[in-house]
Design a protein around this ligand. Structure first.
Ligand SMILES: [Zn+2]
Length: 278
């Protein structure tokens, strides 16, 4: 199976370049694929998403999600995430399988004040459309950020990957729905959440990232942004259709920490969402 030829990604690139030109003219912002952005992400692997430092030291929260004012961030751009995905409007495409090269690793975990985040391996990769991305971190949102035909799931996991040698990001989004049993893999994470916020804890708990993605490759894909400041644009989103399951208690455990850490859905504007063939 092959991904269909590239007109759509290159179209997005043109949109992004025009946007960056606009931002440079209007605000003097130089973080549009330039050195600033690359350095910010490469130097702060943990801070790819959800660390205020990368948002020009601006504080932000989910009570007020008008993040457009944050200086140095791209939250005002018109190609943002999350979005609502209309299953009818998504375009069927021949998308290549995502190739996983995941290795077990001892989990490092932090409650960073915006979410619970896990990292701790440099030896896990995915290949999407011929590009190889290194795993950086995964974290959770309650409720889900992406909606499917307006419907929200209780939780959404984001596995953030960065293309080798570039600042390009690909994020795997995995929905978690309520099931009857504890999810043993989520249990490994949720039992290790540090009591102290912003304290990174290196554990001996071994994780395997393939336990955190659905067995089915069926997914939607579109170009968007990070869903937290600095809202960096040009992110390749892969939203799996098949949810994982967690128990009511597990979902409640997370929502007791974060009753709402989901950014509202953003306008799709001229973007198209592709979906794998049925
Ligand atoms: Zn996220």
């Amino acid at each position: 199976m092959k991904r269909s030829t590239a007109p759509i990604p290159s179209r997005y690139k043109r949109v992004r370049n025009r946007l960056c030109l606009f931002l440079v003219i209007i605000t003097g912002l130089s973080a549009c694929g330039g050195e600033t952005e690359i350095e910010a992400i490469a130097d702060e692997p943990v801070a790819v998403e959800a660390e205020p430092e990368t948002a020009g030291a601006a504080e932000w929260n989910y009570e007020n999600t008008n993040w457009e004012e944050i200086s140095g961030a791209e939250c005002q751009a018109n190609v943002q995430s999350p979005v609502n995905i209309s299953t009818q409007e998504a375009i069927e495409a021949e998308l290549s399988d995502i190739r996983y090269e995941y290795e077990p690793f001892p989990m490092k975990i932090v409650d960073n004040g915006h979410t619970v985040q896990v990292y701790g391996t440099e030896s896990s990769f995915i290949t999407v459309e011929g590009k190889r991305y290194q795993f950086r971190q995964f974290h959770f949102h309650y409720p889900s950020e992406h909606t499917i035909d307006g419907k929200r799931h209780p939780l959404e996991m984001h596995l953030v990957h960065q293309e080798e040698g570039t600042s390009n990001l690909a994020v795997l989004a995995v929905f978690i729905e309520e099931g009857t049993a504890d999810n043993p893999f989520l249990e490994k994470v949720f039992t290790q959440i540090p009591a102290q916020k912003e304290e990174e804890v290196q554990t001996e708990v071994q994780l395997m990232l393939s336990d955190y993605v659905p067995p089915s490759q069926a997914h939607y894909t579109y170009i968007g942004s990070l869903t937290t400041p600095p809202c960096t644009v040009g992110v390749d989103w892969i939203v799996f259709r098949e949810p994982l399951q967690a128990s009511e208690e597990q979902i409640a455990k997370f929502s007791a920490l974060y009753a709402n850490n989901a950014r509202p859905v953003q306008a799709l504007n001229n973007r198209r969402v592709l979906k794998t063939e049925e």
